[in-house]
Design a protein around this ligand. Structure first.
Ligand code: SAM
Length: 359
């Protein structure tokens, strides 16, 4: 395997030359530089979570590839007491060990199927971070066997087309949700993923509370705090899961499935605005700063959808002007990271239409 030395965050590491493999999935060991922002934000969230917990944590990344994610967690935070890395590929495992050594770190490194490792670990982990190819669903049940009360589950999903409703049958098979395409499809995807995680958690008597959930062009990323307890798990399911009815622009939350509903989806908060507001802003990455600022604001809205400005006719207004107009009419509204021409607003479509079409 021909390797090149790369840098990401504070880590230096060996990876197959990205110039040689247009598609990182075809490289002998996977490394995708376009996931660097995902790893940076995850590092900040891990750090904040360990402060919240009041100490360092047992962190398991069972799909490690080059090991860069876990290495950055160990190098850039004080959050890691014990690091467990794993990959089913022996070439990846050799590279993980080489990269740990290069960075002067030690970790437990395994060469197992992630599901077997997670089940064997059984309730030893404070944090399980699932960062697979495609869907995290095949590993979710095992993750909830490895995680302990008060821990955190993080998951990346790159099967965005399934989650946003492009492949209805696959969404039903893999995530147990009925979907169709809506103008707010990105939020549907995030909420389908969170709803699925909430149900798997509940099946294992865990309640979830999303700390951060966001989308970037090619992936969804979520980190949820988990608490053990059958009653709380049931409460969270009752409050957090519902259907969204979408018909002719109008959206509403319904507790039961109807002919025009999507779901079951997570309809609770997408994240914890105070925690996201407190995350240090990575000044070397302007887009990450903007993303974190937008998330902080949009997590304070309650509607589980966004609107697109074009849903209100040919408005001759920038999104920012439109939001200001809503605010001046007493409607709480913010931009959303999920669509450049989108906005979140806590009011029904009809009310927004009246305000926006008046001027
Ligand atoms: N987390 C890495 C990062 O941030 O760079 C990227 C991980 S890559 C997308 C997915 C990895 O999972 C691959 O290295 C692959 O070999 C490994 N993998 C796939 N199926 C697995 C399984 N069942 N058990 C363990 N590892 C697996």
């Amino acid at each position: 395997m021909s390797l090149v030395l790369l840098r990401e965050g504070r880590a230096e590491f060996w990876a197959p030359d990205p110039a040689k493999y247009n598609d990182p999935a075809r490289a002998p060991v996977f490394y995708n530089r376009y996931m660097a922002r995902n790893r940076t934000i995850s590092t900040l969230v891990l750090s904040a979570f360990s402060e919240l917990k009041g100490g360092p944590l047992v962190v398991c990344e069972p799909l490690s590839a080059t090991g860069i994610r876990g290495i950055r967690y160990a190098l850039e935070t004080k959050a890691v007491e014990r690091l467990i890395l794993n990959d089913i590929s022996s070439q990846a495992v050799d590279l993980i060990k080489k990269n740990l050594e290069l960075n002067g770190l030690s970790a437990e490194v395994y060469n197992e199927d992630a599901n077997i490792l997670l089940r064997r670990l059984g309730r030893q982990c404070d944090v399980v971070d699932l960062d697979p190819f495609g869907s995290p669903a095949p590993f979710m049940e095992s993750a909830f066997q490895a995680i302990r009360d008060g821990g955190m589950l993080c998951a990346t999903a790159t099967d965005t087309a399934v989650l946003v409703g492009n492949y209805k049958d696959k969404a039903l098979r893999r995530y147990g949700v009925r979907l169709f395409k809506t103008p707010f499809y990105v939020e549907v995807g995030l909420r389908a993923l969170l709803g699925y995680i909430a149900r798997v958690a509940a099946a294992n008597d865990f309640a979830i509370e999303p700390l951060i959930a966001y989308w970037e062009r090619h992936y969804f990323r979520v980190c949820v705090a988990v608490r053990e307890g059958a009653r709380e798990a049931s409460d969270v399911l009752r409050r957090g899961l519902a259907y969204i009815v979408y018909l002719g622009g109008i959206r509403r939350v319904a507790r039961r499935e109807t002919a025009h509903s999507l779901g079951p989806l997570w309809v609770g908060p997408l994240g914890e605005p105070d925690l996201v507001a407190r995350l240090p802003r990575p000044q070397e990455d302007r887009s990450a700063v903007e993303l974190l600022n937008t998330l902080t604001a949009e997590y304070t809205t309650v509607s589980p959808w966004y609107y697109l400005s074009q849903e209100f006719g040919d408005l001759k207004m920038e999104v920012r002007e439109l939001i200001d107009l809503l605010l001046s009419n007493g409607v709480y509204a913010t931009p959303t990271h999920m669509a450049p021409y989108g906005f979140k607003a806590d009011a029904p479509y009809g009310e927004l239409y009246l305000i926006l079409s008046r001027d």
